[in-house]
Ligand binder design. Structure first.
Ligand SMILES: Nc1ncnc2c1ncn2[C@@H]1O[C@H](COP(=O)(O)OP(=O)(O)OP(=O)(O)O)[C@@H](O)[C@H]1O
Length: 308
């Protein structure tokens, strides 16, 4: 098993505030790691450290076999970071922006042109290629941003909240692209506030809270920590009672049902625990994504790795 990213004891302080507190990370090559945490947990700082934009105060990391401190140039050559092209020239067309990137990466005119055409096609931007960026929708801009990241064919791609602010369809397209990158053997390190998405797209999840890793594992391993299912009781008048985790045994279910009082005609249903439940179990607080992220019930049905 080749490791794409190994980090030990990553620590970052801003004045008195410890933003990252001895964070360890291991990401196997060719897999997706999702970093989850509430606002201010330190996700972006982690991405910035691993992509050489921010220096850690302590700790070490190896990225694509290169040492973060000793060979930051080598690290930069092996990775792609999205979001960094937000300031690209809006008056240039999508194609011109990509060409610029191909030149910066010294691809040469012929290879550059081929790569740009390939990326425009792959990201469904061929039609818009000759239009200035100012006319692009949010989803198109995000796709171009990712296309620009891929001009240099990185082995590892960092996606910092790649779907925030996108409509469900654009979000779905983004995850399809993530899947394609995986098929090409690219390693993906992403942060997301959509727990449902991390659940479906990630091989492993690391939960960060106040700069510390509070949990990690596969989505199912994490969910197993909060019980196998969650029982939902809805009273006749539509009131949904607080959800109750159950352990998957007959006895456990009987105890839970015996403790439910009142309205005998209340309806009961079971659902698999979400990563939101995991977050609550790990940190004792809600993930505080509620106002920003859609409820899992209304989240779009993303393509999962198992489905294809
Ligand atoms: N350059 C900086 N100077 C001072 N404080 C900073 C700086 N960058 C980040 N911080 C602080 O570090 C903490 C972690 O920020 P970070 O952006 O890494 O969190 P995050 O998990 O990505 O959150 P969000 O989802 O809001 O982006 C925050 O409290 C933030 O205010």
């Amino acid at each position: 098993m080749t490791m794409a990213i190994t980090a030990r004891g990553l620590t970052k302080r801003y004045r008195e505030q410890t933003v990252l507190d001895s964070v360890d990370l291991d990401v196997t090559a060719g897999t997706v790691l999702a970093l989850l945490g509430p606002n201010g947990a330190g996700k972006t700082t982690t991405v910035h450290i691993l992509s050489t934009l921010v220096r850690p105060d302590a700790g070490s990391a190896t990225i694509a076999g290169r040492d973060l401190r000793r060979d930051s140039q080598g690290v930069r050559g092996a990775i792609g970071l999205t979001g960094q092209f937000a300031a690209v020239d809006g008056l240039l067309t999508g194609e011109e922006n990509l060409r610029l990137m191909a030149d910066l990466r010294h691809l040469g005119p012929r290879v550059g042109r081929r790569r740009v055409a390939e990326l425009l096609e792959r990201f469904d931007l061929t039609e818009a290629a000759r239009k200035p960026l100012v006319t692009y929708s949010g989803g198109m801009k995000r796709r171009l941003d990712l296309a620009m990241t891929l001009v240099g064919t990185p082995q590892i791609v960092f996606l910092d909240e790649p779907t925030t602010g996108l409509d469900p369809r654009s979000r779905q397209t983004m995850w399809e692209i993530v899947r394609e990158l995986l098929d090409d053997g690219v390693t993906i390190f992403l942060t997301t506030q959509y727990l449902e998405e991390a659940d479906r797209v990630a091989d492993r999840v690391v939960v960060l809270d106040h700069g510390r890793v509070v949990g990690e594992g596969t989505p199912s391993e994490l969910k197993a920590r909060v019980g196998t299912e969650v029982l939902i009781v809805t009273d006749r008048d539509g009131t949904v009672r607080p959800e109750i985790p159950i352990d998957g045994t007959v006895g456990g279910l009987r105890d839970v049902l015996a403790a439910i009082d009142g309205d005998e005609s209340a309806s009961v249903s079971l659902r698999a625990p979400s990563l939101d439940d995991v977050f609550f179990a790990l940190t004792g607080s809600s993930s505080s994504y509620d106002d920003a992220a859609p409820a899992s019930a209304s989240a779009p049905a993303f393509i999962t790795r198992e489905e294809s």
